[in-house]
Design a protein around this ligand. Structure first.
Ligand code: GLU
Length: 408
Protein backbone atom coordinates (compact mmCIF):
# COMPACT_ATOMS: atom_id res chain seq x y z
CA UNK A 1 0.00 0.00 0.00
CA UNK A 2 2.77 2.40 1.00
CA UNK A 3 4.96 1.28 -1.90
CA UNK A 4 2.17 1.59 -4.47
CA UNK A 5 1.36 5.09 -3.19
CA UNK A 6 4.98 6.04 -3.80
CA UNK A 7 4.87 4.53 -7.29
CA UNK A 8 1.82 6.57 -8.33
CA UNK A 9 3.17 9.77 -6.71
CA UNK A 10 6.37 9.33 -8.73
CA UNK A 11 4.42 8.78 -11.95
CA UNK A 12 2.29 11.86 -11.24
CA UNK A 13 5.34 14.04 -10.55
CA UNK A 14 7.03 12.81 -13.71
CA UNK A 15 4.03 13.52 -15.88
CA UNK A 16 3.84 17.06 -14.45
CA UNK A 17 7.55 17.54 -15.21
CA UNK A 18 8.68 18.45 -11.68
CA UNK A 19 12.30 17.71 -10.74
CA UNK A 20 13.38 14.52 -8.98
CA UNK A 21 13.82 16.35 -5.61
CA UNK A 22 10.07 16.93 -5.52
CA UNK A 23 9.52 13.20 -5.45
CA UNK A 24 12.30 12.79 -2.87
CA UNK A 25 10.44 15.27 -0.65
CA UNK A 26 6.98 13.80 -1.10
CA UNK A 27 7.73 10.09 -1.09
CA UNK A 28 7.82 9.95 2.74
CA UNK A 29 6.04 11.95 5.45
CA UNK A 30 8.03 14.94 6.76
CA UNK A 31 7.41 13.83 10.34
CA UNK A 32 6.29 10.59 11.91
CA UNK A 33 5.71 10.21 15.65
CA UNK A 34 5.37 7.00 17.63
CA UNK A 35 3.95 7.31 21.12
CA UNK A 36 3.30 4.94 24.02
CA UNK A 37 0.08 5.53 25.93
CA UNK A 38 -0.51 4.04 29.39
CA UNK A 39 -4.18 3.45 30.26
CA UNK A 40 -5.59 2.04 33.50
CA UNK A 41 -8.02 -0.66 32.37
CA UNK A 42 -11.24 -1.61 34.16
CA UNK A 43 -9.57 -4.63 35.76
CA UNK A 44 -7.14 -2.29 37.56
CA UNK A 45 -4.10 -3.16 35.41
CA UNK A 46 -2.20 -0.64 33.31
CA UNK A 47 -2.03 -1.42 29.60
CA UNK A 48 0.43 0.36 27.32
CA UNK A 49 -0.89 1.15 23.83
CA UNK A 50 1.14 2.22 20.79
CA UNK A 51 -0.04 5.17 18.72
CA UNK A 52 1.19 7.06 15.65
CA UNK A 53 0.81 10.45 14.03
CA UNK A 54 2.17 11.04 10.56
CA UNK A 55 2.46 14.52 9.01
CA UNK A 56 3.08 14.09 5.33
CA UNK A 57 3.67 17.59 4.06
CA UNK A 58 2.84 21.06 5.35
CA UNK A 59 3.90 23.19 2.37
CA UNK A 60 0.30 24.19 1.62
CA UNK A 61 -0.90 24.57 5.22
CA UNK A 62 -1.32 22.66 8.47
CA UNK A 63 -1.64 18.90 8.13
CA UNK A 64 -5.08 17.31 8.46
CA UNK A 65 -6.49 13.84 8.80
CA UNK A 66 -8.22 11.30 10.98
CA UNK A 67 -7.17 9.02 13.81
CA UNK A 68 -8.11 5.34 13.57
CA UNK A 69 -8.47 2.88 16.43
CA UNK A 70 -7.86 -0.61 15.04
CA UNK A 71 -5.90 -3.75 15.97
CA UNK A 72 -4.15 -3.76 12.57
CA UNK A 73 -2.89 -0.17 12.63
CA UNK A 74 0.80 -0.03 11.75
CA UNK A 75 3.42 2.57 10.92
CA UNK A 76 3.46 1.99 7.17
CA UNK A 77 -0.31 2.13 6.88
CA UNK A 78 -0.49 5.41 8.83
CA UNK A 79 2.22 6.87 6.59
CA UNK A 80 0.38 5.89 3.39
CA UNK A 81 -2.90 7.18 4.80
CA UNK A 82 -1.30 10.56 5.54
CA UNK A 83 -0.04 10.73 1.94
CA UNK A 84 -3.56 10.03 0.69
CA UNK A 85 -4.83 12.87 2.88
CA UNK A 86 -2.38 15.23 1.13
CA UNK A 87 -3.81 14.11 -2.20
CA UNK A 88 -7.43 14.49 -1.03
CA UNK A 89 -6.74 18.03 0.17
CA UNK A 90 -4.98 18.82 -3.11
CA UNK A 91 -7.83 17.49 -5.24
CA UNK A 92 -10.48 19.40 -3.28
CA UNK A 93 -8.30 22.53 -2.98
CA UNK A 94 -8.37 22.70 0.81
CA UNK A 95 -5.60 24.76 2.48
CA UNK A 96 -4.04 21.72 4.15
CA UNK A 97 -1.42 19.05 3.76
CA UNK A 98 -2.11 15.47 4.80
CA UNK A 99 -1.80 13.90 8.23
CA UNK A 100 -3.06 10.70 9.84
CA UNK A 101 -2.97 9.00 13.20
CA UNK A 102 -3.74 5.60 14.58
CA UNK A 103 -3.68 3.58 17.77
CA UNK A 104 -3.25 -0.20 17.89
CA UNK A 105 -6.28 -1.31 19.91
CA UNK A 106 -9.63 -3.02 19.53
CA UNK A 107 -12.33 -0.52 20.56
CA UNK A 108 -14.97 -3.29 20.20
CA UNK A 109 -13.48 -4.87 23.29
CA UNK A 110 -12.96 -1.74 25.36
CA UNK A 111 -15.32 0.00 27.77
CA UNK A 112 -16.40 3.61 27.40
CA UNK A 113 -14.15 4.56 30.31
CA UNK A 114 -11.11 2.80 28.82
CA UNK A 115 -11.71 4.48 25.45
CA UNK A 116 -11.85 7.87 27.14
CA UNK A 117 -8.55 7.17 28.91
CA UNK A 118 -6.93 6.10 25.64
CA UNK A 119 -8.25 9.13 23.71
CA UNK A 120 -7.06 11.58 26.35
CA UNK A 121 -3.72 9.78 26.71
CA UNK A 122 -3.11 10.00 22.95
CA UNK A 123 -3.71 13.77 22.98
CA UNK A 124 -1.34 14.22 25.93
CA UNK A 125 1.29 12.23 24.03
CA UNK A 126 1.06 14.28 20.81
CA UNK A 127 -0.04 17.69 22.20
CA UNK A 128 3.29 19.35 21.33
CA UNK A 129 3.05 18.57 17.63
CA UNK A 130 -0.66 19.13 16.88
CA UNK A 131 -2.96 22.15 17.07
CA UNK A 132 -5.40 24.28 15.03
CA UNK A 133 -2.56 25.80 12.97
CA UNK A 134 -0.25 22.75 12.97
CA UNK A 135 -2.06 19.45 12.53
CA UNK A 136 -5.80 18.89 12.94
CA UNK A 137 -7.09 15.36 13.71
CA UNK A 138 -10.56 13.99 12.87
CA UNK A 139 -12.51 10.71 12.99
CA UNK A 140 -11.51 7.66 10.97
CA UNK A 141 -12.06 3.89 11.28
CA UNK A 142 -13.73 3.09 14.66
CA UNK A 143 -13.47 6.64 16.04
CA UNK A 144 -16.46 8.96 16.36
CA UNK A 145 -17.71 12.34 17.60
CA UNK A 146 -17.56 11.26 21.27
CA UNK A 147 -13.87 10.42 20.90
CA UNK A 148 -13.30 13.77 19.17
CA UNK A 149 -15.07 15.50 22.09
CA UNK A 150 -12.77 13.87 24.67
CA UNK A 151 -9.72 14.73 22.58
CA UNK A 152 -10.83 18.35 22.16
CA UNK A 153 -11.50 18.64 25.89
CA UNK A 154 -8.07 17.22 26.75
CA UNK A 155 -6.30 19.56 24.33
CA UNK A 156 -8.25 22.58 25.64
CA UNK A 157 -7.30 21.66 29.22
CA UNK A 158 -3.62 21.37 28.31
CA UNK A 159 -3.64 24.72 26.48
CA UNK A 160 -5.89 26.32 29.12
CA UNK A 161 -8.24 27.82 26.53
CA UNK A 162 -11.14 26.47 24.53
CA UNK A 163 -9.73 25.07 21.26
CA UNK A 164 -12.56 23.72 19.10
CA UNK A 165 -10.42 24.16 15.95
CA UNK A 166 -7.90 21.60 17.22
CA UNK A 167 -10.01 18.70 15.96
CA UNK A 168 -12.97 18.17 13.60
CA UNK A 169 -15.85 15.71 13.59
CA UNK A 170 -16.99 16.95 17.02
CA UNK A 171 -20.59 16.81 18.23
CA UNK A 172 -22.50 19.86 16.90
CA UNK A 173 -22.97 21.22 20.43
CA UNK A 174 -19.18 21.44 20.83
CA UNK A 175 -18.56 23.26 17.55
CA UNK A 176 -19.04 20.36 15.16
CA UNK A 177 -20.44 21.14 11.72
CA UNK A 178 -23.84 20.17 10.44
CA UNK A 179 -23.41 17.50 7.81
CA UNK A 180 -20.02 16.22 9.07
CA UNK A 181 -21.31 12.84 10.22
CA UNK A 182 -22.75 12.04 6.80
CA UNK A 183 -20.08 13.91 4.81
CA UNK A 184 -18.05 10.94 3.54
CA UNK A 185 -21.21 9.22 2.28
CA UNK A 186 -22.52 12.45 0.74
CA UNK A 187 -19.24 12.92 -1.13
CA UNK A 188 -19.38 9.32 -2.40
CA UNK A 189 -23.00 9.84 -3.47
CA UNK A 190 -22.05 12.92 -5.50
CA UNK A 191 -19.20 10.99 -7.15
CA UNK A 192 -21.58 8.13 -7.99
CA UNK A 193 -24.00 10.62 -9.58
CA UNK A 194 -21.21 12.17 -11.64
CA UNK A 195 -19.78 8.80 -12.69
CA UNK A 196 -23.25 7.50 -13.64
CA UNK A 197 -23.82 10.62 -15.73
CA UNK A 198 -20.53 10.04 -17.57
CA UNK A 199 -21.52 6.44 -18.23
CA UNK A 200 -25.14 7.22 -19.14
CA UNK A 201 -26.45 5.04 -16.30
CA UNK A 202 -29.76 5.98 -14.71
CA UNK A 203 -29.43 5.89 -10.89
CA UNK A 204 -33.11 5.19 -10.43
CA UNK A 205 -33.30 1.39 -10.37
CA UNK A 206 -29.53 0.85 -10.75
CA UNK A 207 -28.22 -2.16 -8.81
CA UNK A 208 -25.68 -1.19 -6.15
CA UNK A 209 -23.43 -3.35 -3.96
CA UNK A 210 -21.82 -1.73 -0.93
CA UNK A 211 -19.04 -3.54 0.90
CA UNK A 212 -18.96 -2.30 4.51
CA UNK A 213 -21.71 -0.90 6.70
CA UNK A 214 -19.79 1.53 8.90
CA UNK A 215 -20.09 5.32 8.81
CA UNK A 216 -19.52 5.60 5.04
CA UNK A 217 -21.30 2.41 3.92
CA UNK A 218 -24.45 2.76 5.99
CA UNK A 219 -25.18 6.41 5.19
CA UNK A 220 -24.36 5.70 1.56
CA UNK A 221 -26.89 2.85 1.52
CA UNK A 222 -29.45 5.27 2.93
CA UNK A 223 -28.71 8.01 0.38
CA UNK A 224 -28.64 5.64 -2.60
CA UNK A 225 -31.86 3.98 -1.44
CA UNK A 226 -33.50 7.41 -1.13
CA UNK A 227 -32.39 8.31 -4.64
CA UNK A 228 -34.21 5.28 -6.04
CA UNK A 229 -31.24 2.95 -6.58
CA UNK A 230 -31.64 -0.69 -5.57
CA UNK A 231 -29.15 -1.82 -2.90
CA UNK A 232 -28.71 -5.51 -3.72
CA UNK A 233 -25.77 -6.32 -1.44
CA UNK A 234 -24.10 -5.11 1.72
CA UNK A 235 -21.51 -6.55 4.08
CA UNK A 236 -19.79 -6.09 7.42
CA UNK A 237 -16.65 -7.62 8.95
CA UNK A 238 -18.50 -10.94 9.56
CA UNK A 239 -20.06 -11.56 6.16
CA UNK A 240 -22.36 -10.29 3.44
CA UNK A 241 -25.96 -10.51 2.24
CA UNK A 242 -27.18 -10.28 -1.36
CA UNK A 243 -30.61 -10.21 -2.94
CA UNK A 244 -31.10 -9.21 -6.57
CA UNK A 245 -34.60 -7.92 -5.74
CA UNK A 246 -33.12 -5.38 -3.32
CA UNK A 247 -32.49 -5.42 0.44
CA UNK A 248 -34.64 -3.89 3.17
CA UNK A 249 -32.31 -0.97 3.85
CA UNK A 250 -34.46 0.65 6.54
CA UNK A 251 -34.45 -2.59 8.54
CA UNK A 252 -30.68 -2.99 8.14
CA UNK A 253 -29.99 0.60 9.21
CA UNK A 254 -32.20 0.16 12.23
CA UNK A 255 -30.51 -3.05 13.35
CA UNK A 256 -26.83 -2.30 12.77
CA UNK A 257 -24.68 -1.85 15.89
CA UNK A 258 -22.34 1.11 16.38
CA UNK A 259 -19.52 -0.71 14.55
CA UNK A 260 -21.76 -1.45 11.56
CA UNK A 261 -22.37 -5.14 12.28
CA UNK A 262 -25.71 -6.45 11.03
CA UNK A 263 -25.20 -9.64 8.97
CA UNK A 264 -25.10 -11.76 12.15
CA UNK A 265 -28.91 -11.44 12.14
CA UNK A 266 -29.14 -13.51 8.93
CA UNK A 267 -28.78 -17.20 8.18
CA UNK A 268 -28.02 -17.12 4.46
CA UNK A 269 -24.87 -15.06 4.39
CA UNK A 270 -22.09 -15.12 1.83
CA UNK A 271 -18.48 -13.97 2.23
CA UNK A 272 -17.15 -10.49 1.49
CA UNK A 273 -15.13 -11.98 -1.39
CA UNK A 274 -18.25 -13.51 -2.93
CA UNK A 275 -20.16 -10.24 -2.60
CA UNK A 276 -17.60 -8.30 -4.66
CA UNK A 277 -18.15 -10.62 -7.65
CA UNK A 278 -21.95 -10.43 -7.59
CA UNK A 279 -23.99 -8.98 -10.44
CA UNK A 280 -24.49 -5.19 -10.09
CA UNK A 281 -24.08 -1.87 -11.96
CA UNK A 282 -22.20 0.03 -9.26
CA UNK A 283 -19.82 -1.46 -6.71
CA UNK A 284 -18.72 0.58 -3.70
CA UNK A 285 -15.94 -0.88 -1.55
CA UNK A 286 -16.50 1.03 1.72
CA UNK A 287 -14.63 -1.18 4.16
CA UNK A 288 -10.91 -1.90 4.28
CA UNK A 289 -7.80 -2.05 2.09
CA UNK A 290 -6.82 -4.59 -0.60
CA UNK A 291 -10.26 -5.98 -1.43
CA UNK A 292 -10.12 -5.84 -5.24
CA UNK A 293 -6.91 -7.53 -6.28
CA UNK A 294 -5.24 -9.21 -9.24
CA UNK A 295 -7.18 -12.39 -8.30
CA UNK A 296 -10.75 -11.05 -8.42
CA UNK A 297 -10.53 -7.92 -10.65
CA UNK A 298 -11.45 -9.91 -13.75
CA UNK A 299 -14.62 -11.20 -12.06
CA UNK A 300 -16.04 -7.84 -11.02
CA UNK A 301 -19.37 -7.34 -12.84
CA UNK A 302 -19.95 -3.65 -12.07
CA UNK A 303 -19.24 -1.05 -14.75
CA UNK A 304 -18.57 1.64 -12.13
CA UNK A 305 -16.45 1.11 -9.00
CA UNK A 306 -16.39 3.97 -6.51
CA UNK A 307 -13.87 3.64 -3.68
CA UNK A 308 -15.42 4.91 -0.46
CA UNK A 309 -12.77 3.18 1.66
CA UNK A 310 -9.11 4.09 1.66
CA UNK A 311 -7.06 1.77 -0.58
CA UNK A 312 -9.58 -1.00 -1.42
CA UNK A 313 -8.12 -1.69 -4.89
CA UNK A 314 -4.52 -2.68 -5.62
CA UNK A 315 -2.57 -1.09 -8.45
CA UNK A 316 -2.63 -4.29 -10.50
CA UNK A 317 -6.39 -4.52 -10.07
CA UNK A 318 -6.76 -0.85 -11.09
CA UNK A 319 -5.01 -1.70 -14.37
CA UNK A 320 -7.18 -4.77 -14.99
CA UNK A 321 -10.42 -2.87 -14.30
CA UNK A 322 -9.38 0.05 -16.50
CA UNK A 323 -8.47 -2.32 -19.33
CA UNK A 324 -11.89 -3.94 -18.99
CA UNK A 325 -13.52 -0.50 -19.38
CA UNK A 326 -14.69 -0.18 -15.78
CA UNK A 327 -14.87 3.43 -14.58
CA UNK A 328 -12.97 3.47 -11.28
CA UNK A 329 -13.42 6.54 -9.09
CA UNK A 330 -10.40 6.43 -6.76
CA UNK A 331 -10.45 6.78 -2.98
CA UNK A 332 -8.54 10.07 -2.87
CA UNK A 333 -11.42 11.63 -4.83
CA UNK A 334 -14.46 9.59 -3.78
CA UNK A 335 -13.80 9.71 -0.03
CA UNK A 336 -12.83 13.39 0.16
CA UNK A 337 -16.27 14.52 1.41
CA UNK A 338 -15.24 13.91 5.04
CA UNK A 339 -12.22 16.18 5.02
CA UNK A 340 -14.11 18.77 2.98
CA UNK A 341 -16.75 19.21 5.68
CA UNK A 342 -13.99 18.97 8.31
CA UNK A 343 -12.48 22.01 6.63
CA UNK A 344 -15.85 23.79 6.87
CA UNK A 345 -16.00 22.85 10.55
CA UNK A 346 -12.52 24.31 11.16
CA UNK A 347 -13.43 27.52 9.30
CA UNK A 348 -16.60 27.86 11.41
CA UNK A 349 -14.58 27.26 14.60
CA UNK A 350 -11.99 29.85 13.58
CA UNK A 351 -14.58 32.51 12.78
CA UNK A 352 -17.00 31.53 15.58
CA UNK A 353 -19.94 31.80 13.19
CA UNK A 354 -21.89 28.69 12.22
CA UNK A 355 -23.60 27.63 9.01
CA UNK A 356 -26.88 25.85 8.40
CA UNK A 357 -27.07 22.30 7.07
CA UNK A 358 -28.16 23.65 3.65
CA UNK A 359 -25.18 26.01 3.45
CA UNK A 360 -22.80 23.16 4.23
CA UNK A 361 -24.47 20.85 1.69
CA UNK A 362 -24.38 23.45 -1.11
CA UNK A 363 -20.74 24.34 -0.49
CA UNK A 364 -19.76 20.70 -0.30
CA UNK A 365 -21.51 19.72 -3.53
CA UNK A 366 -19.61 22.43 -5.36
CA UNK A 367 -16.25 21.25 -4.00
CA UNK A 368 -16.84 17.60 -4.89
CA UNK A 369 -18.33 18.25 -8.34
CA UNK A 370 -15.38 20.55 -9.19
CA UNK A 371 -12.93 17.93 -7.89
CA UNK A 372 -14.59 15.18 -9.97
CA UNK A 373 -14.47 17.36 -13.10
CA UNK A 374 -10.81 18.25 -12.57
CA UNK A 375 -9.82 14.60 -12.15
CA UNK A 376 -11.95 13.41 -15.04
CA UNK A 377 -10.53 16.10 -17.36
CA UNK A 378 -6.97 15.24 -16.27
CA UNK A 379 -7.62 11.58 -17.06
CA UNK A 380 -8.78 12.53 -20.58
CA UNK A 381 -5.98 15.05 -21.11
CA UNK A 382 -3.17 12.72 -20.00
CA UNK A 383 -4.93 9.58 -21.28
CA UNK A 384 -4.53 7.84 -17.92
CA UNK A 385 -6.86 6.11 -15.45
CA UNK A 386 -8.74 8.14 -12.85
CA UNK A 387 -6.34 7.09 -10.08
CA UNK A 388 -3.23 8.47 -11.75
CA UNK A 389 -5.27 11.51 -12.84
CA UNK A 390 -6.30 12.11 -9.21
CA UNK A 391 -2.66 11.90 -8.11
CA UNK A 392 -1.64 14.35 -10.85
CA UNK A 393 -4.27 16.85 -9.68
CA UNK A 394 -3.58 16.19 -5.99
CA UNK A 395 0.19 16.41 -6.06
CA UNK A 396 0.48 19.57 -8.14
CA UNK A 397 -0.40 22.08 -5.40
CA UNK A 398 2.02 20.53 -2.91
CA UNK A 399 4.78 20.58 -5.50
CA UNK A 400 4.06 24.21 -6.38
CA UNK A 401 3.84 25.30 -2.74
CA UNK A 402 7.10 23.56 -1.88
CA UNK A 403 8.75 25.31 -4.83
CA UNK A 404 7.47 28.77 -3.89
CA UNK A 405 8.71 28.22 -0.34
CA UNK A 406 12.11 27.44 -1.79
CA UNK A 407 12.20 23.90 -0.41
CA UNK A 408 12.88 22.09 -3.68
N1 GLU B 1 -10.62 10.23 8.15
C1 GLU B 1 -11.25 10.89 7.06
C2 GLU B 1 -10.50 10.64 5.77
O1 GLU B 1 -9.80 9.66 5.65
C3 GLU B 1 -11.52 12.37 7.33
C4 GLU B 1 -10.33 13.22 7.64
C5 GLU B 1 -10.70 14.60 8.14
O2 GLU B 1 -11.86 14.89 8.26
O3 GLU B 1 -9.77 15.36 8.41
O4 GLU B 1 -10.63 11.35 4.81
Amino acid sequence: MFKSTQIVIEEAIQSLGYPEETYELLKEPMRMFTVRIPVRMDDGNIKIFTGYRSQHNDAVGPTKGGVRFHPEVNEKEVKALSMWMSLKCGITDLPYGGGKGGIICDPREMSFRELEGLSRGYVRAISQVVGPTKDIPAPDVFTNSQIMAWMMDEYSRIREFDSPGFITGKPVVLGGSHGRETATASGVTICIEEAARKRGIQLEGAHVVIQGFGNAGSFLAKFMHESGAKIVGISDAQGAIYNSDGLDIEYLLDRRDSFGTVTNLFKNTITNEELLEKECDILVPAAITNQITMQNAKNIKASIVVEAANGPTTLEATKILTKRGVLLVPDVLASSGGVTVSYFEWVQNNQGYYWTEEEVATKMRKVIVDAFDKVHSASQKHQVDMRLAAYIVGVRRMAEAARFRGWV
